[in-house]
Design a protein around this ligand. Structure first.
Ligand SMILES: Cc1cc2nc3c(=O)[nH]c(=O)nc-3n(C[C@H](O)[C@H](O)[C@H](O)COP(=O)(O)OP(=O)(O)OC[C@H]3O[C@@H](n4cnc5c(N)ncnc54)[C@H](O)[C@@H]3O)c2cc1C
Length: 526
């Protein structure tokens, strides 16, 4: 995965790509893997960095969706549970079984959630994770040592999957490249190209670094732009009705002492009737989320004061120590691309979860869904798009396709476990030059070797790419990540042979973005 190689390939291309994918999040990366694995010549372009949109901002769960079970949406839950199992088989270094405990404070909760979770186990069938069971009050406290004990009667434990969203994203993109695909970040689609027959035949794109403009000819174009879906649909037809309405969800990140247990906490009914999670992740605790409609899509959504109060209030209600703003290590917001409606007459709605639409001019739009179901979404999209390109591809092989990094015992690789087999090469960088193996900050699991690796092998172009998405430093400690930004900038500048102007601009840009991840009011001296 090398940007220069990708841009050279794009520049030298004289025949149309079989498929052009716009958007480098879960949906786009999934389509790139599926199409490339079926032998198609595929190009994926992302306007910013891979995962800058929603796909880096999830709750990090690979789950069937207990919420959908409560709504009685059984087919959706079954599809997600199946995908959960497939993903764990194909990326065991990234997806692992996590117990979730629903603490019970009312008499009816144990039978109600106990039966519900048995149904959840049953729906997973052969793709099941661990079995659910009822817990006594003592067992609940053993699993959740810091749970609020006043009025606690017991709990129900069930199992779901957990992952690192951007690590999976990067590994999917690497898989796509290994299958012959081409991917490039910082290449923004600015318009669509149409043939004399009015069919979409590619797109124009601009390189954010060089300013160079490209005509990307393609037999079919797939719009995987999340909350920006309608912007691209309007490049095709300025009169189309709005299809996607963004809904914001935020998380706070707390030190592990707030919830040192190995199980996650699942609160099935918050004040606004939603579910809330407190999930152990990379030795921190993620607490969220919210559901707030917003008007405009944005690449850097901002948590609202009422969302912060809501999450802090619920954290205080369920944890024995009430977190204060000073305890919050990071705050991040993401936008769900919720599908409100589509144009009638030209759609192919394949699943109740995600939406696949083909416009009259042949633009394919894939949106909605969730991280967990990205593989199935991608398979559906390629099945529908390939005939539009005049291609009759073989069936998707992705149910059994190992994802880059595949490693069965990665837990023994320490904090590098999520890198799977790449961890050995990162360790080798540190062995060859011990200065690279030292942690950059006492509170963050990041070494210089990971920075070098991200630049050399994973198309990291900016300090933010490294600190937010190649490593998770920004989410694990926004203030600490700002402290190490100068060192990271230095290492990157050396590696990329860039000068002091680049360094100064990068540092400024990073401090500005990372400031938005500090709990408001705890900003302090930057
Ligand atoms: C708060 C929250 C929590 C969630 N938690 C979970 C969870 O725990 N588990 C789960 O399964 N799912 C979860 N989801 C859902 C999941 O994160 C999303 O469904 C998924 O990430 C959407 O991916 P996407 O590729 O469709 O969109 P995105 O990730 O937003 O990708 C779209 C990309 O298109 C790019 N783009 C836009 N316009 C252009 C252009 N003109 N040219 C080039 N590129 C362009 C954008 O920059 C962006 O990177 C959560 C969502 C939210 C908001």
């Amino acid at each position: 995965m090398n940007r220069k190689t990708a841009i050279d390939r794009i520049r030298e291309r004289s025949t149309p790509w079989d498929m052009l994918i716009i958007g480098g999040g879960a949906s786009g990366a999934g389509v790139a893997v599926d199409a490339a694995a079926r032998g198609l010549e595929v190009l994926l372009v992302e306007q910013h960095d891979f995962g800058k949109g929603t796909s880096s901002r999830s709750t990090k769960l690979v789950h069937g969706g207990v919420r959908y079970l409560r709504q009685g949406n059984i087919p959706l839950v079954m599809e997600a549970l199946r995908e959960r199992g497939i993903l764990r088989n194909n990326a065991p270094h990234l997806v692992h079984d996590l117990p979730f405990v629903v603490p019970n404070y009312d008499w009816w909760e144990a039978p109600f959630y106990g039966i519900g979770m048995k149904v959840y186990d049953g729906l997973a069938g052969k793709y099941g994770f661990g079995k659910s069971k009822l817990l006594s009050r003592e067992e609940t406290i053993e699993r959740l040592p810091t749970i609020e004990q006043e009025g606690l009667r017991g709990g129900v434990v069930y199992h779901d999957g957990q992952f690192d969203d951007t690590r999976l994203l990067i590994h999917l993109l690497r898989t796509a490249v290994e299958q012959g695909g081409t991917v490039a970040n910082y290449l923004r689609v600015t318009g669509l190209l149409k043939g004399g027959d009015g069919f979409v035949r590619g797109a124009t794109a601009a390189d954010a670094w060089s300013g160079e403009e490209f005509n990307l000819d393609a037999k079919v174009v797939i719009n995987c732009t999340g909350v920006f879906t309608d912007d691209v649909r309007r490049m095709d037809d300025s009169a189309v009705a709005t299809m996607v309405r963004p809904s914001q969800g935020i998380h706070i990140v707390l030190p592990r002492r707030f919830h040192p247990g190995d199980a996650a906490i699942m609160v099935p009914h918050t004040d606004d009737g939603r579910v809330l999670f407190a999930v152990p992740w990379h030795d921190r605790v993620l607490v969220g989320t919210t559901d707030t409609p917003v008007d405009e899509p944005s690449l850097e959504p901002v948590p609202l004061a009422e969302e912060l109060h809501f999450v802090m209030r619920h954290a205080a209600r369920y944890l024995s120590e009430d977190p204060t703003p000073a305890d919050v290590l990071s705050v991040f917001a993401g936008l769900r691309p919720l599908v409100s409606s589509g144009d009638e007459g030209d759609t192919a709605a394949v699943s109740r979860d995600h939406t696949l639409q083909v416009s009259r001019s042949g633009l394919v739009t894939l949106t909605g869904g969730k991280w967990t179901t990205y593989r199935k979404m991608a398979e559906d999209a390629v099945d529908h798009a390939a005939p539009l390109a005049g291609i009759d591809p073989p069936p998707s092989p992705t149910r059994e396709l190992q994802i880059h990094g595949y490693h069965l015992n990665s837990e023994r690789l320490g904090h590098l476990a999520v890198h799977g087999y790449d961890a050995l090469e990162i360790q080798a960088l540190g062995a060859a030059d011990p200065s690279l193996a030292k942690p950059l900050h006492p509170d963050l699991p990041i070494t210089s070797a990971e920075v070098v690796w991200a630049v050399r092998e994973e198309m990291a172009m900016t300090v933010e790419d490294v600190l937010s998405r190649r490593t998770r430093s920004l989410l694990l400690g926004a203030a600490a990540s700002i402290e190490i930004a100068p060192q990271v900038t230095r290492i990157m500048a050396d590696e990329m042979e860039l000068g002091p102007d680049w360094e100064a601009a990068q540092l400024k840009a990073y401090v500005s973005v990372a400031g938005g991840y500090l709990y408001p009011g705890s900003v302090g001296e930057l």
